[in-house]
Design a protein around this ligand. Structure first.
Ligand SMILES: Nc1ncnc2c1ncn2[C@@H]1O[C@H](COP(=O)(O)OP(=O)(O)OP(=O)(O)O)[C@@H](O)[C@H]1O
Ligand SMILES: Nc1ncnc2c1ncn2[C@@H]1O[C@H](COP(=O)(O)OP(=O)(O)OP(=O)(O)O)[C@@H](O)[C@H]1O
Ligand SMILES: [Mg+2]
Ligand SMILES: [Mg+2]
Lengths: 253, 253
């Protein structure tokens, strides 16, 4: 039975998409069957994995709003074992359109339930907000993974995120648990990164992954070629870090 | 008569808050009277300018939802001439609560109208989404300023942003115009930054500010001390860049 992991943090630019795309690709290259669900209207995970978004006529939006079946919309990627349920600009309309739907928080959960026996991991890339797209992902998920950029503003956002997760646990998903916290864009040379690491480790303890994702320009270049880091530059520190993260996720079982 | 500028981009982590705080501080130190409106529930601009959020009982939320007067909630900052209408976690409830209110897009505009003759500039820091908090800011604004991180994913987001702005112009704010586009976290040494600059300049032409904000660790350190860059490190490249931006904004009159 596969595990649904929501990759979430309403703080913007903390590497949610970069983590979703590269962790998924590494898990797939280790022989796992993985599905990415791009639930961010920006569709960065969709283009980051090499899909031409502008040619798509349907996407995750249709699963949520038009009751389309997930099977019909899943696309293959360049990596064997890795598939994606894409997002297009259409998804931007979903935040508002979901407000009026019955059982609006449970739509993703219902749609993805049937996929759990086809994949080992289903990673949902969330937008930088705590609206209904993120609430749908957190309700569908078995666990959540929080990327935290090693900078001051990213620390501040954690309070709001944890409050929201607590209210999801009390309402639509009592079984939701923390998969792990990941420090991203970490630069050992700066005090700032070290200070943020100390604070995050003190709070999350062994839930903070041993793997720290370093700042690495290759990770920022890869999306412009539509490639995950393991296809763009296998020798980079970014690739090594996401490989090591994938091993930690596998070990957490 | 003061000008309301919405600092917006639904792409996360592109330096909306860093630009709002530092541009405001530089304009104030050039003798202008400036108000920051923190319309992001994360409240990064509020803490970035040195306000202890957790001690506040009311904020911008109360202006929108409880019809509180702006005058009563404005706070001074360490910089003469610079004040702030703060945000706290309470504001997170506004996105949903606004949905049911009459004239929900116009609440910020109504509240801030009376402030336009007290300030030369009112800068609104927007959250990384296109929900009702951003729509309120774009409806209240005379113009909008778009920070664009010099990276691939940030380019992708511009299509969605410009579509949303067009629909605001057709509905709630026909007079809305582009203040300017600002390249942030620019690193001259990388191809990526240069490629993004070429694409953005080709599209926005003279609306792209001459000033490019360089990657500068001092800009990321300053918020942890609650200081704008001009108080944290006046000699830094980050401070020089925001000074130069302030001069460009003043010249655009
Ligand atoms: N370790 C890293 N080193 C260098 N650049 C990185 C790293 N991780 C991510 N980036 C870059 O930083 C930017 C932000 O990352 P990304 O878009 O993945 O964050 P996000 O949290 O998904 O953003 P959003 O909140 O908009 O969804 C991107 O341009 C990405 O390429
Ligand atoms: N020129 C720069 N050089 C180095 N770091 C920067 C620069 N500009 C911003 N930062 C840092 O990058 C991170 C993102 O910036 P910031 O939080 O201002 O972006 P934002 O667009 O307001 O994010 P959000 O989408 O979450 O509101 C912050 O940690 C900030 O301190
Ligand atoms: Mg993203
Ligand atoms: Mg911000």
């Amino acid at each position: 039975m596969g595990r649904i992991i929501a990759v979430t943090n309403q703080k913007g630019g903390v590497a949610k998409t970069t983590t979703t795309v590269n962790l998924s690709a590494c898990l797939a290259s280790m022989g796992k069957k993985v599905l990415i669900v791009d639930s961010d209207p920006q569709g960065n995970a969709t283009s980051g994995i090499g899909i031409q978004k502008y040619e798509l006529t349907e996407c995750y939006y249709d699963v949520l709003i038009n009751d389309e079946s997930v099977d019909a919309l899943i696309l293959p990627t360049l990596i064997p074992g890795l598939e994606i349920l894409p997002a297009t600009l259409q998804l931007a309309g979903a935040e508002v359109e979901l407000v009026g739907k019955k059982e609006r928080e449970y739509l993703a959960k219902k749609a993805l339930l049937s996929q759990k026996d086809r994949y080992d991991y289903i990673l949902m890339d969330c937008p930088p907000s705590l609206g209904l797209l993120t609430i749908n992902a957190l309700t569908a998920a078995d666990s959540y993974l929080i990327p935290v950029q090693a900078e001051y503003y990213a620390l501040e956002g954690l309070t709001l995120l944890l409050k929201t997760i607590d209210s999801i646990k009390r309402s639509s998903n009592p079984g939701l648990r923390l998969e792990g916290v990941l420090l991203t864009m970490y630069d050992r040379r700066t005090n700032l990164s070290n200070q943020v690491e100390d604070e995050v480790r003190a709070y999350f303890k062994d839930k903070l992954y041993q793997t720290l994702i370093p700042k690495n320009i290759k990770l920022a270049e890869a999306p412009s070629f539509g490639l995950p880091i393991c296809l763009y530059d296998k020798t980079s520190t970014g690739c090594e870090a996401y490989d090591s993260l994938a091993k930690e996720v596998l070990n957490h079982g």
